[in-house]
Design a protein. Structure first.
Length: 263
């Protein structure tokens, strides 16, 4: 790793820490929500610019690039773990862990009905642009904001996903386990594994039955932190799920065998 690359990674890690601290500062009354929103936009813009610089530096030096802003995955030993693969696992396992209740979801759809067309509709019928409009007018409708963030996450649109996830985690102070896990995964793909691990660990502390979060944690530790021993327990937890799709189970079993062999 070049010195420039190491510096860029540290600066990305610092923006992640800054984003994580904003919520605490708002909660303590040190920063008002309006100022926090402006700071969040600045930190996200800085993070995006740094990621682009890191990608350019990786191309220049021939280093492996794991910024993954749209569809790139984690490269290690010839293995490719794509974001689409991970999200497929999430959907297949049925473990979208929204903190919102069914009533919250009904409320979000009611807002969509009032603001957009006046006709009843499900969120499946609402575009991202329409959801952005509703969220902008109703910033504390958590269920819709999380649904929008997950759409962006599935599409690999990480900057937009991160913006909405961090609003929930920081401004609203809601420690949603799915948001934490997905922010951790995006942070890992930005090549900041130490910060990524803390997000996913916090997710699992809130929701121990975390499904795909175990895959995230195992990958972060094995590939990002060079900690094969630390990858064993989350992989074993993941493999306890009977409903794990065959392709995920096979990949987890192979990674577990590699981790055990390297202990």
């Amino acid at each position: 790793m070049s010195r420039q690359g190491a510096t860029l990674r540290e600066r990305i890690a610092q923006t992640e820490r800054d984003l994580a601290e904003l919520g605490e500062q708002v909660e303590l009354g040190e920063i008002d929500p309006s100022t926090a929103g402006e700071l969040r936009e600045r930190y996200n813009a800085e993070r995006q610019a740094l990621i682009e610089q890191l990608a350019g530096e990786s191309d220049r030096t021939g280093e492996s690039d794991r910024t993954g802003e749209s569809s790139a995955g984690v490269l290690s030993g010839g293995r490719l773990l794509g974001i689409g693969f991970a999200v497929t696992a999430v959907i297949a396992l049925g473990i979208w862990l929204l903190a919102s209740t069914a009533d919250d979801t009904a409320g979000a759809e009611g807002v969509a009905q009032d603001v957009l067309t006046g006709e009843a509709m499900s969120l499946d019928d609402v575009t991202n642009e329409q959801m952005e409009e509703v969220v902008a007018q109703n910033p504390d409708i958590t269920s819709m904001r999380l649904a929008l963030a997950e759409r962006y996450f599935v599409d690999g649109d990480f900057p937009d996903a991160l913006q909405h996830y961090m609003y929930v985690l920081d401004t609203q102070g809601i420690k949603d386990p799915t948001a934490l896990a997905n922010v951790g995964w995006m942070t890992y793909l930005s090549d900041v594994p130490e910060v990524a691990e803390s997000f996913v660990e916090e997710s699992l502390a809130i929701e121990p039955d975390g499904g795909i979060a175990f895959w995230y944690l195992a990958s972060i530790r094995f590939y990002g932190l060079n900690d094969p021993a630390g990858a064993v327990a989350p992989l074993e937890s993941l493999l306890e799920y009977e409903e794990v799709p065959d392709e995920i189970r096979t990949a987890a079993e192979e990674l577990l065998a590699d981790a055990e062999a390297l202990q």
